[in-house]
Design a protein around this ligand. Structure first.
Ligand code: FUB
Ligand code: ZN
Length: 683
């Protein structure tokens, strides 16, 4: 905690809803002001260091607007619903300020925690008195029920107290998962305000665990990984090694707990993390475990961990990730399927799993500076995460299919099968989206020993410093993801040599870079950071030009549902067809893309300011074969040697198809949707 902080001042974001922006000042006596989303300043195996959220001010760009909706609509409405459903009352019940039944699942405490974390990250961009007041009311009510020994949970109380932290309960009780979210909320809130109230309560609980549990003490099991990354962050925040050790103990599993194999698979905990060879079981658990394990690696450099992380990452990338970045294809157990098991309409792809991937890949990126991790983050962020919240910030998806009739069968998330809902009794996803979008400014840049990394493209102002202490401001101006030009202006405090590592996205073949108007020749490789090393001075300009020609994407032949189909991607955005945009088309099942004259000729792009909050749509002249599928019998004889069969030939007609970004679907009347579209070669 002794690093040298340069005083700096930024204007906090004006988020419109509650108050005027406040000035934020940083001083050496307030080290929390310099801490990033994950605080890597002293992590020996981190190649990259985080930049604080408050050091980046987002303007009115794509994510700036999503953040505005989040803070103005989503955060207040979810708070009201948490109140309405009695999850905040669970704390009041124990402090006896309200006489009510306990409500919600065993892990209902995590909903106020995650909401407080979301407020905490937003407050790092500027004060919001109303949000601060709400958060502090809840914080007071939470800490009021902490027991003298440190335990804090609204479920395992009274006659259920005897079930606390015993092996049987830890399988399903989510006590450590809840603590993990409490710690993350506490740390975010502390980093926003310096207020340690929740943090001290979290420390007290963690200290109780560190004292009474572990090797040679009572056994502990995560059950739902989450606390591991929180404990490592607590170690980074306090410097107390016992939290890192506790995380390591949990990641390693305790042999004394004899558990059935299927539970070890499902919970992704309780056996050595380094014994894992593939992603299986509950997808959110797996992603949180991988995030915690990467945090552990960043502090310890344990190569066995790294070997496992790399192997699991390859397993994800090569067979288990949707084109949207979504993860966890099975509803059953909310789990990963086998490799290439990526059904579209039956996709589970829980929003939280994509967020887990985002968090994990951020940590892998910090360890390596390798752009393949940023590519996965970008894919998940723009698509599988972004789709999780409606454009107006009041409705959420829990599962994120890539094909839909516009309604799903009634299920345990949605009794009438509505795609987006304002509330889920299992509320994990909505506040998870809030905290992710709130923290986004902290993901735009990282520093390294020799310079600065630019990861994501968004109109914004950075006001931070290089690792040698030299102040650095960078302005980004861009219409990304609708437009492909990104203009950077660098303003170092004094002229000096350092490297600007500029990310060239993996999808961006043919990207061009120029510095002060001079083309940068060579080494502009997609899926890599372009290292621009030179003596930079105030006013230096860098322009990145990304080719935004829509691309057709095919999947591995073993993804059987996608055989003969393609997905459409433009920049980082995956597109889809919603029937509502295809007048005259009876069923999306009848529609196919028709090959055009090559890239750049198959689609016409059109920015429509009035549609879906302003989107670029893609127009394509495809084909429709009316009834081609509905007229077919389930089985039919195949005649060899040529000759047509009755009922199997349908004439097709041309049709203009309009694609919208996948994240924006289900924001109008219920309508069928499809990402993977047959590609009609005419043969
Ligand atoms: O178990 C807590 C959360 O609820 C999980 O992470 C989600 O998958 C949902 O089941
Ligand atoms: Zn969730």
């Amino acid at each position: 905690m002794t690093r040298r902080f340069r005083p700096f001042v930024i204007l906090a974001m004006s988020l419109g809803c509650v108050s005027a922006p406040a000035r934020i000042e940083q001083s050496a006596s307030q080290p929390w002001r310099g801490q990033g989303v994950v605080h890597l300043d002293k992590s020996p195996y981190a190649k990259l260091r985080s930049v604080p959220i408050r050091a980046v001010r987002m303007q009115d760009g794509f994510w700036g607007r999503r953040r505005k909706v989040t803070i103005e609509k989503s955060i207040p409405s979810i708070r009201a619903l948490i109140e309405e459903h009695g999850y905040a009352d669970n704390f009041r019940r124990l402090s006896k300020s309200k006489k009510v039944e306990r409500k919600g699942p065993v892990f209902a405490d995590t909903d106020p925690y995650k909401w407080i974390e979301a407020v905490g990250v937003f407050l790092q961009s500027g004060d919001q008195p109303q949000l601060r007041q709400w958060a502090e009311e809840w914080i007071d009510e939470i800490v009021a029920i902490q027991e003298p020994g440190g335990y804090l949970n609204t479920n395992f109380v009274g006659e259920k107290a005897s079930q606390r932290l015993i092996p049987e309960t830890m399988e399903w009780g989510h006590e450590l998962y809840s603590l993990g979210h409490m710690l993350q909320a506490a740390i975010a809130y502390y980093r926003a305000t310096g207020n340690r109230k929740l943090l001290d309560a979290g420390i007290k609980f963690a200290d109780y665990l560190a004292r009474d549990f572990g090797p040679d003490k009572k056994p502990l099991l995560a059950g739902h990984p989450e606390v591991e990354m929180a404990l490592v962050e607590l170690y980074r925040t306090t410097g107390e090694r016992r939290y890192l050790e506790l995380a390591g103990y949990l990641l390693n599993g305790d042999k004394r707990l004899d558990r059935p194999a299927h539970r070890i698979v499902y919970t992704f905990s309780g056996t050595p993390f380094t014994a894992r060879t593939r992603l299986q079981g509950h997808a959110v658990r797996a992603m949180y475990a991988c995030s915690g394990a990467t945090d552990y690696y960043l502090e310890t450099g344990d190569r066995q961990y790294w070997g496992t992380l790399e192997r699991l990452w390859q397993d994800m990338l090569n067979g288990k990730m949707y084109v949207t970045g979504g993860l966890g294809s099975r509803w059953d157990g909310e789990s990963f399927g086998a490799s290439y098991e990526l059904p579209n309409s039956r996709a589970y792809a829980e929003t939280c799993a994509a967020i887990g991937s985002f968090m994990w890949n951020w940590r892998m990126l910090a360890a390596t500076g390798d752009a393949r991790f940023t590519d996965v983050m970008e894919r998940a962020l723009y698509n599988a995460i972004n789709v999780g919240m409606s454009l107006d910030g009041t409705l959420y998806c829990y599962a994120n299919p890539l094909e839909s009739s516009g309604k799903s069968d009634p299920n345990w998330h949605s009794k009438d099968g509505t795609v987006r809902n304002p509330w889920y009794d299992v509320l994990c996803c909505p506040p998870n989206i809030q905290r992710t979008l709130g923290a986004l400014p902290g993901y735009l840049y990282s520093t390294s020993k020799d310079g600065i990394y630019a990861h994501f493209f968004e109109s914004s102002d950075l006001d931070w410093r290089l690792e040698d202490g030299t102040g650095l401001k960078i302005t980004q101006k861009t219409g990304y993801p609708w437009e492909g030009n990104v203009d950077f202006t660098l303003n170092p405090e004094r002229p000096g040599e350092f490297t600007l590592y500029l990310r060239i996205p993996g999808w961006a073949a043919g990207a061009k870079v120029s510095a002060n108007g001079q083309a940068v020749n060579g080494a502009v490789e997609p899926g890599k950071y372009l290292a621009l090393r030179r003596r930079w001075q105030a006013g230096d300009r860098v322009r990145l030009e990304l080719d935004m020609t829509p691309q057709l994407v095919a999947s591995h032949p073993l993804v059987l549902e996608n055989a003969g189909r393609v997905a459409v991607q433009r920049g980082p955005l995956v597109y889809c067809l919603e029937r509502t945009d295809q007048p005259g088309v009876r069923s999306l099942q009848d529609v196919a893309l028709a090959p055009g004259g090559g890239p750049g000729k198959e689609f016409r792009t059109e920015f429509r300011a009035g549609l879906l909050g302003g989107v670029t749509v893609l127009k394509h002249r495809g084909t429709v074969k009316e009834g081609a599928l509905s007229d077919q019998p389930l089985y039919r004889r195949v005649l060899t040697g040529g000759g047509a069969e009755a009922g199997t030939r349908h004439s097709s007609r041309p049709a203009e198809l309009t694609f919208i970004p996948y994240y924006a679907w289900a924001n109008r009347e219920p309508s069928p949707m499809r990402v993977w579209i047959p590609y009609d070669t005419g043969r």
